[in-house]
Design a protein around this ligand. Sequence first.
Ligand code: ZN
Length: 274
Amino acid sequence: MNACVQLPGGALINGEIQRFAWFRPITGKVELLITSPANQYLGRPAWVSAVLAAAIEKIGAIEMSVVIADRLTVGDRIFLMLQLGIRYTGDQMWLTPACESCGEQFDVSVKRSELPVQKASNDYPSALVNINRREVSLRAINGKDQQWLNENPSAEIVQTLLNRCVQTADGKQPVSEFINGLDRKDCDYLESAIQKIGPDVDCTLLVRCPECSVVQEVEIDPYWLGQTQRSNLDNEVHTLAFYYHWSEAEILNLTRERRHTFLNLIDKERACHA
Ligand SMILES: [Zn+2]
């Protein structure tokens, strides 16, 4: 599988948009992070940044980091997590939604690679709109914005997004006075303009219940990377350390394929001596 993917938006780094991301091979180190109980303590957006920083080697020619992952727009982050999912557990995802009409659970499968991706607008990563005879510069929503909202659940979402994503009004800052003077309709208009700047992946499926035939929408969780068992990884590290006397760090630096090659060799060896 090609290590390089083209982002539907792109990362603004040092004033330039970088549109290509290079994945690392999946090592135990990345798997440890994916399966780590720490993801329960980090909020979801912070965990996504940590996983992307570990799984991706570089964006353009620039080394990937948590800071860069935080600044990626939401659409790019969803796209990259789906790409990581393809590499980690495969293209196909299975969901078991409960029918909204009859309540029966049923199975639905979807391919991550077939979810419709909408590229960013031409103005990306910012846009100019006119409102109340003022020219307002907006930027797309990124991972850091999601993190802020996640950590401040009581915040007024639209107002918060405007305070973070309105860059200038008539070329000037600060913008808080301008935002405070907007009515609800203007706020909603700007919020919807902000939502349209970045790329988007449609994570909604239209499915028919096999029991009652009612057609309904099912939401896919694009950040879901499969049912991963931390204990499996711990067992594998333990077995390799026991037989080869390698350190934990050395074992975690192996790709999953190399790790499994050695585990198969150990199994064969054990079978010979059984
Ligand atoms: Zn039904």
